[in-house]
Design a protein around this ligand. Structure first.
Ligand code: PRX
Length: 651
């Protein structure tokens, strides 16, 4: 695979979208109505006059009461669509059932073992109403939080949408995390209601979700009801009076339910993400701005048309799934495919077979998946008819030009533009991304979305062109997170203080002479493993919670497929030796503390960690060694001999 890497890194080709494609895009048609002639003019006018842009798009959604002002930007705090009355569900569901989308399929679902389900807009509307009534019956009120821990089954969007309908705030925990994460998030948010399933299968192996949840339930005092979905027909123990079956409480529930009228700025959900400390950050998004942001990017970036079949192959437990599986597709009235299982199970043809079977036309995945399929070879996609595809998307990590070209040629057959979308849990929507009318450079996320002002700056905050620097955002955008749950100081401190009132993304990027952005990865102690954000501090604290570990330092090790792998260096307590079985026990321990996504790829024993004289761990020394960079100045290091030790481990 690395054979062509050198040539491709020097890839200078520019891919121009075909005229037929661009003429028919939503963005081109919209530009015509606004008398905008080209992409550059669009970006210029939008950044000069964001109100013009966003007002026009916000008008496409329905408001209970019109807003008075588009936005108020008192950095670092923003408010959008002030004094408007709105509910994202009114726009995602209620309005569709009164119109032509009523009988249209909202979700197509396929389980890992091949079973299928689908829901039309009216069917989804009824299910959501039924569950919203159940929640109300359990005393859930506007502003309450509901914690959800579910695999990729249709009850997951139903539960989220039902919360939003009645003004409750959902907090979804990725089902690949261990239940401890669920416990911590329940306790942080004080939810009265938790929702889970009996279990699910992953690569044919049963994952017993409810059994895991049972282990933490006595440590979640706020929970009054645990709602359990019978998905995999697994034997589970139901504990009275807390545990209730979803199918039983849904049975006689009413299919009509009044949608709560929310203020534009009322919270919609909390989604926890990793930061530089071990404590995850509860990112808060609100009803109206978030809705307008994700709706607009769905319309202009993915160019969703009436007949499209959209497949965002992410997990709903992450922001990509929240925004582009649950909310944006419904807001625009699309048909989406949801797949429960692993993309290469039972064989590497699985997802390509599904593209053919469902006639998927717009497909969105992570570079890790693309690189994994490159390794499996072209024979797998070639077995299937992929001619329904017309647009491709990439998210979560930098896509190397080699993977970009493979995705473009082998999957897109040279006719589907690739939307390499840069964004984050915090941003809610794409911030740096091509539009289908943009010229593409493989490996570049192109330019900021209209109205967004992005820049690459040095340590003094001065713009850098050509070289690497901190990726920052200098404007507000509608689906910007509003705060960190119960931690307003950390919101200011972590994002808006390095450069006062400028959003620090935590990524390093380069801006070329054409103003194209090339994202290079995280610059902080956050790892990006296969597109998943994992904090080194979280893995370190999981490691030191093992009785044998005295100290731990975790760094990312470059990996051809996953982008990065977790590489741990540990100091053991007396009487412990890093033999194979302890290594395995430690790896398992991290899996149980956090979840399989945090599984360390290597655990190395060192006699000590590199430290300054004041005893601070110099992680940057380990990082440089593992990544093969020069270590730089180590004159403040108290124990330089450990650098040789690390060197030997890496060779
Ligand atoms: O490092 C960037 C990377 O993913 C991080 C955000 O992770 P998360 O909040 O989990 O959201 C992921 C999905 C939006 C960013 O700080 N990232 C995301 N998209 C890209 C990317 N890196 C390079 N190119 C992208 N297109």
């Amino acid at each position: 695979m690395s054979r062509d890497l050198d040539t491709l890194l020097k890839e200078k080709r520019i891919f121009k979208p075909s005229k037929i494609l661009t003429d028919e895009t939503n963005i081109k048609k919209w530009m015509e109505t606004q008398d905008v002639h080209d992409y550059d003019e669009l970006l210029e006018r939008a950044s000069e006059n964001p109100e013009w842009f966003w007002n026009d798009l916000a008008r496409e959604l329905e408001w209970f009461k019109p807003y008075r002002k588009t936005f108020e930007w008192n950095p670092p705090h923003a408010k959008w669509f002030l004094e408007g009355k709105f509910n994202i569900i009114h726009n995602a569901l209620d309005r569709h059932i009164k119109g032509p989308n009523r009988e249209k399929i909202a979700y197509l679902w396929e389980g890992e073992s091949g079973e299928v389900r689908s829901l039309t807009y009216i069917e989804l509307y009824k299910e959501v109403n039924k569950f919203a009534n159940v929640l109300r019956g359990f005393g859930v009120e506007k502003g309450d939080t509901v914690s959800i821990y579910l695999p990729m089954i249709l009850e997951l969007p139903i539960a989220m949408l039902a919360c939003a309908k009645i003004g409750a705030i959902h907090s979804v925990v990725f089902s690949g995390f261990w239940a401890k994460a669920f416990k911590d998030r329940i306790n942080d948010s004080g939810s009265k209601i938790a929702i889970t399933a009996d279990g699910f299968t992953r690569r044919g192996k049963i994952i017993n979700l409810k059994e895991n949840v049972d282990k933490i339930m006595d440590k979640t005092p706020s929970i009054e009801k645990l709602i359990v979905i019978n998905h995999a027909d697994l034997p589970v123990e139901m504990h009275s009076p807390t545990d209730v079956w979803w199918h039983e409480i849904m049975e006689n529930s009413d299919t009509e339910c009044k949608t709560e009228e929310m203020d534009s700025e009322d919270p919609l959900f909390i989604l926890y993400t990793s930061g530089t400390t071990g404590k995850p950050k509860g990112v808060v998004h609100v009803h109206a701005g978030y809705a307008v942001g994700v709706y607009t990017t769905m319309k202009f970036v993915f160019d969703i048309q009436e007949e499209d079949v959209w497949w965002c192959a992410a997990d709903i437990g992450w922001i990509t799934g929240h925004s582009y599986i649950v909310y944006a597709p419904l807001l625009i009235g699309a048909t989406s495919l949801i797949y429960e299982g692993t993309p290469d199970f039972p064989d590497p043809g699985r997802i390509w077979g599904m593209v053919e079977k469902y006639g998927v036309s717009v497909f969105y995945t992570a570079p890790t998946t693309v690189r994994m399929f490159m390794k499996f070879g072209e024979k797998w996609p070639e077995k299937y008819d992929l001619s329904s595809l017309r647009l491709l998307g990439s998210v979560g990590e930098p896509i190397n030009p080699e993977a970009w070209i493979w995705y473009y040629n082998t999957i897109g057959k040279g006719k589907c533009p690739i939307m390499d979308t840069w964004w984050q849990t915090e941003t809610g929507m794409h911030l740096i991304t091509p539009l289908p009318i943009s010229k593409l450079k493989p490996g570049s996320a192109v330019k900021p979305f209209p109205t967004v002002i992005a820049d690459v700056v040095d340590d003094d905050g001065k713009s850098v062109v050509g070289g690497g620097g901190h990726l920052v955002i200098k404007s507000t955008w509608p689906s910007m997170f509003r705060t960190l749950y119960k931690d307003p100081d950390r919101y200011v401190e972590a994002y808006w203080s390095t450069f006062k009132n400028i959003y620090l993304s935590g990524d390093v990027a380069r801006k070329d002479e054409d103003g194209y952005f090339w994202i290079q990865g995280r610059e902080d102690d956050v790892l990006n493993v296969a597109g998943h954000r994992i904090s080194t501090a979280e893995v370190e604290s999981a490691l030191v919670s093992h009785p044998g570990v005295a100290e731990a330092a975790v760094v990312g090790k470059p990996d051809e497929i996953k982008g990065e792998e977790i590489c741990a260096f540990i100091v053991l307590k007396e009487n412990y030796k890093l033999e194979e079985n302890l290594k395995e026990a430690l790896i398992n321990h991290v899996r149980m503390e956090i979840g399989p996504i945090a599984t360390p790829a290597c655990v190395n024993w060192v006699s000590d960690l590199p430290k300054t004289r004041s005893g601070k761990i110099m992680r940057r020394v380990i990082k440089a060694k593992v990544k093969g960079y020069p270590v730089g100045d180590i004159s403040t290091l108290a124990n330089p001999e450990v650098v040789d030790e690390i060197d030997k481990l890496i060779d």
